[in-house]
Design a protein around this ligand. Sequence first.
Ligand code: NAD
Length: 486
Amino acid sequence: MTSEVGDALQQAIGLAGHAYIGGEWVVVSGSERLPVINPSNGERVTEIVAGTSADLDRAVAAARSAFPTFSTSPVAERLALLERIHALILERAEPLAQVLTLEMGAAITHARTAHIPFAASHVQAAIDVLRDYDFLTMRGTTAIVREAIGVAGLITPWNWPLYQITAKVAPALAAGCTVVLKPSELSPLNALMFAQIVHDAGAPPGVFNLINGTGSEVGAAMAAHPDIDMISITGSNRAGVLVAQGAAPTVKRVTQELGGKSPNVLLPDADFERAVPLGVMAAFRNVGQSCSAPTRMIVPRSRLAEVEAIARRTVEAIVVGEPGEEATTLGPIANRAQFQRVQTMIAVGLEEGAKLVCGGPGQPRGLNHGYYLHPTVFSEVSSAMHIAQEEIFGPVLAILPYDDIDEAVSIANDTIFGLGGHVQGTDIDLARSVALRIRTGQVHINHPAWDAHAPFGGYKRSGNGREYGVFGFEEYLEIKAVLGFA
Ligand code: NAD
């Protein structure tokens, strides 16, 4: 690590007792300290001081007073701000990657090639949308005007922390909203670095505010706050429901990106030598801590043994290890609570009688000093099993056999969730028809490249609303009709 990167990390650690309000770093009024733990060794990196509802009131007041000017600022000014933010994320990519390795165990190569560039892509997508967006269109003599909704409260999780922050902050600022961000208390340091980027990019005071704290105190107070016009939360179903309940009395807009249990249907004519390894690696990406991870591989029963063999071979090539090592492809789970949850679900899979293809409970040899675990594949899983229904949020894949295509679709849809989906097949017409029958917000056919403009969000209990591209941007807009305008 260069001394520049080390300095940047130290600067973020030094800000851990602060909130960013009204264009400056301020000491928070609370006294509760929340440890930031390095998951590769269980050691305390630092402590953040949790904000309180009094700190939140200050942040909301700053956002409120900045709103009239910022929401009516020229598009060119907002574009210039977003372009500076984008450039600074790329300029500080290495310290940002290192901080994700430190506070959530992201393998450094993955942080450098996915977490940071994809986070920057959300800013670029907001720039692309804003550049061409028509805030006023005519329908006969009626004008349809789109206006920033107001103060946006943004609540983000720990699993793709910076990526989730930019997926919300960039379109909100593009739309002309002012924001109060509450990042996950489990991975707050990257958010402090991001706040410094927004500051250095020259955001007017009050346009962007950050407050650390717990979901139960600051998050709940944001949901209920009378001066916040909208909340966007990414997190668990539990938190998403609590936010919607807390927001109801003030009738604010709530968008939720919540859990998933995404299917990956391998059609009989799929190229199994390609589809199975890519499917395993997609499920285990980010140590399986992705809401849209395809954790249910649905395969023809007659090909089960072949799929198991390829999956085992794929897992054997995974390098589980220290997240700071460049060769590591699977670092530790991001925190102790999640580590225990994954271990419990592996035990549940065994109790339920699923066939263990590889992995299992416990920890890899020599890696018991942090939250490392075995990437695990179960086969002969049925939809009735807990491991087929519950989001595990770790590197645990369930392989479910089917006898015909209707059954494959019915298994794919047999879930309370509806976030992601995958279909693999050579006959593109068949793959398309299956994709259209899957009840999820996104479906990927044959592992295409990621698309920062493709709308992302959930059917069913995976959420409400969409993020990314123009769809994510429009969540931050109100619609006004002015009749007799022409
Ligand atoms: P979490 O729900 O505990 O926390 C997410 C955020 O919500 C944190 O900032 C937390 O402080 C806040 N929060 C918690 N309780 C709250 C409350 N009562 N009121 C307001 N805010 C509250 O989830 P997590 O453990 O950080 O993240 C993992 C979960 O998030 C998984 O279930 C995963 O599927 C989901 N997730 C979904 C997406 C998506 O885009 N759909 C993306 C990432 C994670």
